[in-house]
Write a protein that binds this ligand. Structure first.
Ligand code: NAD
Length: 402
């Protein structure tokens, strides 16, 4: 019997995270790389019915007229983050994916992202027309490739934050925003509507609004599909979610936590715009007060330093008080390659979302909490406890059907 074909549709297909994930996927299909960094390749997952890497067919939406191969080559030659050989050997696969890429939407993305876009990206369509066009692209992809399931992962640039507090909580009212004279929804939410209405799975790897509003729960249930977000937890915030519980469990009093982040890739360039940066800073900053149960003084800075390319340095200074009130300090320096930390998580979550679909699971995929800075539907922010959610799910899923 032939294996099922699974679609992986990346919004932001030619960005750093996407192109790294695609070089990695090609290398995994060619069995040319050890699976280090992939959570689903841990022994824990051995009994789980996961798709093979070779089951995935990739397409996506983009706004820039560049090639995935060239973007991946930049990561190899400019950032020296990937072996050029791996990119060269992936070329035919990357070029095939490029041919499946469709123009995205720029609705509500702000001026910094709009400036990146090619002139051909549609600018005149209204939000409903944009949703319909996105759906046509996804349906054409699924039909042309004979796909059993499509998982859409948003790895597009971080949009400016919007005030979502007044958005309607009922889906029928929320959906009408598409026809409003001033539709407040950003592109990430238009994609989410399009994807979930079709019954595809949706994962938001960015801090953008996406499917965060409560009304999406009704849509997801009506269409019997699944979603999760938001903002992948890959570096400095991953450290916060590991170290924060340590301070809490030893009853050490964190007085301040300052984190400075510098990096030089395109994501950093977009985050240099204060409107876009605000969404990311908020996403990196809320964990500590939730883990500690009080609010130490915190500061998060993000600066674009072009010469660093994809290499990110985070310097964190944690000032805490111990027994007898004595102040002490922990400092750490995290030097990671941004796209390489994020890319395997995208691949892992595509596999896990498909496993959840095979089990008939619908709703918010809370067992994926450990992958996110702001996990939808989960209050727990400590990494190890979040990982226990994943372990319990794997044990249940490995034991058989739901
Ligand atoms: P990037 O800037 O390299 O790539 C983003 C891509 O999205 C670009 O190719 C851009 O042209 C495209 N894009 C922008 N707006 C679009 C739209 N409306 N429709 C379709 N495509 C669009 O960024 P990246 O480093 O690949 O990161 C991708 C996203 O993941 C960012 O939002 C980032 O904040 C988030 N993220 C990254 C990491 C990490 O790299 N470690 C961790 C957590 C979250």
């Amino acid at each position: 019997m032939s294996r099922p074909r699974i679609g992986l549709w990346l919004i932001g297909t030619r960005g750093g995270v996407a192109s790294t994930a695609l070089v990695g996927l090609a290398a995994l299909k060619q069995q040319r790389m050890p699976p280090v960094g992939l959570v689903t390749e841990l022994p824990l997952f051995a009994e789980l019915d996961l798709p093979d890497w070779s089951d995935f067919v990739v397409g996506g939406h983009e706004i820039r007229d560049v090639s995935i191969f060239d973007e991946a080559m930049c990561l190899a030659t400019q950032s020296r983050a990937i072996e050029p050989e791996l990119v060269l050997r992936a070329r035919s696969e990357l070029d095939a994916i490029d041919r499946r890429v469709c123009w995205g939407t720029l609705h509500g993305v702000g001026s910094t992202i709009t400036q990146l876009a090619d002139n051909e990206v549609p600018r005149q369509e209204n939000p409903r027309e944009a949703v319909e066009r996105i759906q046509q692209d996804l349906q054409a992809f699924a039909a042309a490739e004979d796909l059993e399931h499509v998982i859409v992962v948003n790895v597009a640039s971080t949009e400016p934050a919007i005030d979502s507090s007044r958005l309607p909580a009922e889906w029928d009212k929320f959906e009408k925003l598409l026809d409003a004279e001033e539709c407040p929804l950003p592109a990430s939410s238009l994609y989410a509507i399009a994807v979930l209405e079709l019954g595809c799975s949706y994962i938001n790897f960015t801090p953008a609004l996406g499917s965060t509003p409560a009304a999406f729960d009704q849509l997801v249930r009506r269409r019997a599909t699944r979603h999760m977000g938001c903002d992948g937890k890959t570096g400095e915030t991953l450290m916060k979610s590991v170290l924060g519980p340590m301070f809490a469990h030893r009853h050490l009093d964190v007085m301040s936590w300052v984190g400075h982040n510098i990096f030089g890739n395109l994501d950093g360039r977009v985050l240099d715009d204060p409107a876009n940066k605000q969404a990311k800073v908020a996403s990196k900053d809320h964990l500590l007060r939730e883990i500690l149960g009080y609010a130490p003084q915190t500061h998060v800075s993000i600066e674009h330093i072009a010469s660093l390319g994809d290499w990110k340095t985070a310097w964190d200074h944690i000032h805490f008080r111990g027994f007898l009130g004595t102040p002490m300090t922990l400092q750490f320096i995290w030097q990671g390659c941004d796209s390489l930390l994020a890319a395997p998580l995208v691949l892992d979550m595509a596999r896990l979302a498909d496993a959840a679909r095979r089990r008939g699971e619908i709703g918010t995929l809370t067992f994926l909490a450990s992958f996110f800075k702001s996990p939808r539907g989960v209050d727990e922010q400590g990494f190890i406890r979040q990982f226990h959610l994943l372990e319990s799910w794997v044990q249940r899923a490995s034991a058989g059907p739901k």
